[in-house]
Design a binder for this molecule. Structure first.
Ligand code: DGJ
Length: 701
């Protein structure tokens, strides 16, 4: 049974998941050491695992080989500290001693206290009966009567067992090009993945995988982790000269410190970890099931086919135009209509109006209610774009409350996209945002919010905010979460998309309170393949919105056939974002058929397991989805640039039952699972650039 066990004789804890074990031990010297992370063990077996090295100091170097469960600053430790504090008398570092444990079937908390100062650290663990993901987080308690300065507080340190090599995978990117997978040898030294931007960031994402260099998509041991936090963060992967490897991570970037007040207790966000043996593909599938089972608020719901107005109209939004788009979207089969930026205040471009969340009466003379009613009459849900954390200096809000933005004395207020960031760390700002959002949703029958956040923090200060200035970075995110949580609680039907100029705020923290993600502003179907490939390493398809937009693409100038654009978007949560009045009748007819086809395959695509058969390239790439109950499968093939004479070979499928047979829903052809797995499925692709196909297989026996 998965769960938490303790062997009192050896003082060994064992966390068991369905397929893995994670063990730690309290040494005779009082040091809590990491012991084991790998395939499942019994408690009897775990208690015989020797500690990594004897608990002696090497005389020239201090604690070099010790693999501590949570290495803090203090004593002869010179690695990356997971925790650094400074006490009121100037003393830095901690001398922690075991002070007790709390254990139940699936959680464990180990309490450590400082030998001298009134300060407690608790390490928390949670396992689930249906997942190999182990959740870890830490709480700090100041049990004294003077503040303690917290210089760094990670959520967890994940030690990676000794292996023949260490290869890291993570994502990098930029606006319009998020989630690009990197695979590199882990350098001896420290590799830092971080965001200092106030949000999770376009340029990095808080997850990693490490393997011995021998893992591939479907084979090999992989250790991985993902952090549940939507503000700044830092994950440090460290490899010592003697090849001790561990990964420590948590909220906050370097140089930020905050005070733990007397009597205060604070929990870090979760930094979850996973060990698996099925390569990168199985690692992703376990993360996907974990996110669906234990993170998302409504994982079981099928996401609606959406229409979004942004690329069609830009800021030129008005009631007649939106009605026209809505009518055409409904015709195509859309189930949710989202009106994007431009419906409020003086927001006719990106220079003014942000912050003034009253409907623009020139554009909507009778308010939003008539449009919402029309969208509902057309049988769709009504969604609307908001950017609650921002203000244009040219707005009534900013004229009235210039003190509400992040700013510092004697410093410029840097504008990006002509906007400033509202200080969500202020309770009055968060309250104000909740107030108008609550009214907007409740008063206009709004079913869906696209919650955008288009620029990073600069001059992140609050001059009158008290004597703990860096706390702002944490409070901001907590208040953001608070507003989202309240809205959801008060409007149970409301669904929310997280967007931050595309994929700038994607993480397990925001996914706990949103339903889907806008992964990138880049809607070019060719580019999108690699964005979707990187996004799906950790985050499940049911969260991955994907639009079909117009060509030439507004960013790349590339022209890709409608069918290819659809086939790329149909591999996620399908949406349409083109200017429909300009689509030819044949395009509308083809789109109607493809939307209908998507509705047939979407339970498998959105809720199934993903197999990345061939990664994106100019050659053939393919992704397969298999229903969790094994009854259906969907395979997408994309071939951007075919080469004459190089016919695509059959692609071997995954996740099917070799003893079963499967019918191709389009052709009626029945094929054996064993043949599809062993020999493969040959893609039937049209000729020409940007060829694509989708195959829907249904199990017949
Ligand atoms: C950035 C988003 O990513 C876009 O989809 C769009 O909503 C614009 N903001 C609107 O300003």
């Amino acid at each position: 049974m998965p769960g938490v066990e303790f062997d009192a004789a050896t003082r060994t804890w064992l966390l068991s998941t369905p397929g893995t074990g994670y063990a730690l031990r309290l040494g005779d010297d009082g040091v809590l050491r990491h012991l084991y992370w790998g395939p499942r063990l019994t408690l009897a077996q775990a208690s015989t695992v020797p500690a990594p090295r004897p608990a002696t100091l090497t005389q020239f170097e201090g604690r070099v080989y010790d693999i501590e469960e949570f290495p803090v600053e203090g004593g002869a430790r010179f690695g990356v500290p997971a925790l650094q504090v400074r006490f009121a008398d100037g003393t830095r570092g901690l001398e922690l001693a075991f002070a007790g444990q709390e254990r139940n079937a699936d959680t464990l908390s180990i309490r450590l206290v400082d030998r001298h100062y009134p300060f407690e650290v608790s390490l928390h663990y949670r396992v689930y009966p249906d997942s190999d993901v182990v959740e870890r987080w830490t709480s700090l308690a100041n049990t004294g009567d003077v503040p303690v300065e917290v210089l760094r507080a990670d959520s967890a340190t994940w030690p990676v067992p000794a292996r023949a090599g260490y290869v890291v995978r993570h994502v990098t990117g930029h606006w319009g090009g998020e989630s690009q997978v990197e695979r590199v040898d882990l350098a001896r030294g420290e590799t830092v993945l971080t965001s200092r931007r106030g949000t999770t960031g376009h340029h990095a994402n808080p997850w990693f995988t490490i393997d011995a260099g021998d893992a591939s998509e479907e084979h090999g041991e992989v250790f991985s982790g993902a952090l549940a936090w939507s503000g700044t963060w830092r994950i440090t992967l460290s490899r010592t000269p003697t090849d001790v490897v561990c990964v420590t991570g948590g909220a906050g970037h370097e140089g930020v410190s905050w005070r733990l007040a007397p009597g205060e207790r604070r929990e870090t966000p979760v930094f979850a970890g996973l060990y698996g043996v099925g390569g990168y593909g199985a690692t992703s599938r376990v993360w996907h099931r974990y996110v669906r089972g234990h993170v998302l608020p409504h994982p079981q719901e099928l996401r609606p086919v959406t229409y979004n107005s942004w690329e069609a109209t830009g800021f030129t939004v008005d009631e007649p135009g939106q009605r026209r788009l809505a009518a055409q979207a409904a015709e195509l089969g859309a189930e949710l209509f989202v009106m994007d930026d431009g419906w409020f205040g003086a927001r006719v471009d990106d220079r003014a109006g942000l912050g003034d969340w009253t409907v623009n009466r020139d554009r909507f003379p009778n308010g939003l209610a008539p449009l919402a009613a029309e969208v509902h009459r057309l049988g769709m849900r009504f969604g609307i774009w908001v950017e609650p954390e921002m203000v244009n200096p040219d707005s009534d809000l900013h004229r009235a409350r210039p003190d509400w933005v992040l700013h510092m004395r004697n410093r410029h207020r840097t504008e990006l996209r002509h906007q400033l960031v509202l200080n969500f760390a202020r309770p009055d700002v968060a309250e104000w945002a909740h107030g108008w959002l609550d009214e907007l949703v409740g008063g206009n029958d709004v079913d869906f919010l696209k919650w955008d956040m288009n620029r990073p923090f600069t001059e992140a200060g609050w001059p009158d905010g008290g004597d703990d200035p860096d706390r702002l970075w944490v409070r901001y995110v907590e208040n953001l979460y608070g507003v989202l949580d309240r809205l959801r609680a008060d409007h149970p039907h409301l669904r929310i998309q997280t967007c931050s100029g595309g994929g700038g705020r994607v993480d397990l923290g925001i996914l706990r309170r949103t339903d889907e993600v806008w992964p990138s502003d880049n809607t070019d179907a060719r580019d999108r393949l690699s964005v979707q490939h990187g996004y799906g390493q950790i985050y499940p398809t049911v969260t991955m919105a994907a639009w079909v937009t117009d060509v030439p693409n507004f960013l790349t100038g590339r022209t890709v056939p409608l069918r290819f654009r659809f086939h790329v978007a149909m591999a996620g949560v399908l949406a349409i974002g083109g200017n429909l009045p300009e689509w030819a009748d044949e395009e509308l007819a083809e789109a109607r058929l493809l939307v209908a086809q998507y509705k047939r395959i979407r339970p498998v695509v959105q809720h199934g397991d993903v197999y990345r058969l061939l990664p994106p390239s100019d050659g053939l790439s393919a992704t397969q989805y298999v229903a969790v109950d094994g009854t259906e499968s969907v395979v997408f093939f994309w071939l951007p640039a075919p080469c004459f004479g190089r016919e695509a070979a059959p692609v071997r499928l995954r996740g099917l039952d070799p003893a079963a047979r499967y019918r191709d829903e389009a052709t009626g052809e029945v094929q054996h699972g064993a043949v599809l797995l062993g020999h493969g499925l040959r893609p039937q692709l049209p000729s020409g650039d940007y060829a694509s196909a989708v195959v829907h297989l249904v199990r017949v026996d």
